[in-house]
Design a binder for this molecule. Structure first.
Ligand code: ATP
Ligand code: MG
Length: 302
């Protein structure tokens, strides 16, 4: 295990998110790479630390699934044992499995769109991951391309779950990448109208919605709920999510894929498919879904 932050040497910045930075780090003890996510608190109101933080961090460490990015260690108030300790800033650091290829967001930026044989493998893995988390009564709440990471075998895993409980989300700057509300379900965007918060079940349904948006985005090559030219500000997104017309399905998509996405993007969460139902859906049980290498061949040999 990793005992001390000082065993880790930062070698590169992998990206910035909503109140944190992710570094590629070398563990000097075993000469292998990890990703280190450092969340900063108490700086100009970025990230409000919650009392349950340490407990959440404990849950993070217990999660053990091939479909979830592993968290090897959590350091609370990391700055105090870091060489760079300076102003007593309040840090929380997560040592994670290093995912060599980066996020699905990066993959989409490079490949623009993905074929159904790849998407069905992606969808199946994300469903397996959600099934595991939901079975542990954990809701992800932030399924989006930048939180689905890819390793050098082309395997996709869910990242950042629970971090959304740790950090108070900021939904004002509605950019389509980091800290976005674009993948939020109608019952989270407008609970009064769509009956959110009535039961715990709607929380799980929110993850299904977000996954549906992501899979459709993979097919189309752009965020599906608003036009490519439209500004993704809060008002536009909220209208699209809560009042958008019946979704225009891409003609070229197979009937199985169209149905799969429709079942995810059912606005009324009570009618939306559950993760368990979707695991039996024909789209993720087609022959090509079992034989396809998913992103494996794709990202490396395109
Ligand atoms: P948010 O803060 O809303 O989650 P985000 O996902 O873009 O937004 P981070 O979670 O901080 O922000 O991650 C930033 C970027 O760092 C990711 O988009 C990804 O490219 C990279 N990254 C994160 N975790 C890992 C990891 N374990 N291995 C490799 N790269 C990672
Ligand atoms: Mg993230």
């Amino acid at each position: 295990g990793i005992r001390n932050l000082s065993d880790l040497k930062k070698v590169a910045v992998l990206g910035h998110g909503n109140g944190g930075t992710v570094y590629k780090v070398l563990n000097k003890k075993n000469n292998s790479f990890y990703a280190l996510k450092v969340l900063r608190f108490n700086q100009d109101g970025i990230g409000i630390r919650q009392s349950a933080t340490v407990l959440e961090a404990e849950i993070l460490r217990r999660v053990d699934s091939p479909y979830i990015v592993r968290c090897h260690a959590v350091f609370d108030n990391g700055s105090s044992c870091n060489e760079a300790a300076d102003n007593g800033g309040d840090d929380l650091s997560f040592v994670m499995e290093y995912m060599e290829v980066g996020s699905l967001h990066d993959v989409l930026r490079e490949h623009h769109r993905l074929p159904e044989e790849v998407i069905c493998v992606l969808a199946k893995r994300v469903l397996e991951g959600l099934n595991y988390l939901h079975g542990m009564h954990i809701v992800h709440r932030d399924i989006k391309p930048s939180n689905l990471l890819v390793n050098d075998k082309g395997e996709v895993k869910i990242a950042d779950f629970g971090v959304s409980h740790v950090v108070e989300g900021r939904f004002d700057g509605c950019e389509l990448s980091a800290g976005t509300c674009a993948y939020m379900s109608p019952e989270r965007v407008d609970p009064e109208r769509w009956g959110g918060g009535e039961e715990d079940r709607d929380e799980f349904a929110g993850d299904v919605w977000s996954m549906g948006v992501v899979m459709l985005e993979c097919f189309l090559g752009h965020f599906p709920l608003i036009g490519p030219g439209q500004r993704p500000d809060w008002a536009t997104l909220m209208c699209a999510i809560c009042f958008g017309e019946k979704l225009e399905m891409p003609e070229k998509a197979s009937p199985e894929f169209q149905n799969f996405v429709r079942r995810c993007l059912e606005k009324d969460w009570r009618k939306r498919a559950t993760v368990k139902e979707l695991l039996h859906h024909p789209f993720v049980n087609r022959k090509c879904c079992c034989t396809s290498k998913g992103l494996g061949d794709y990202v490396f040999h395109e």
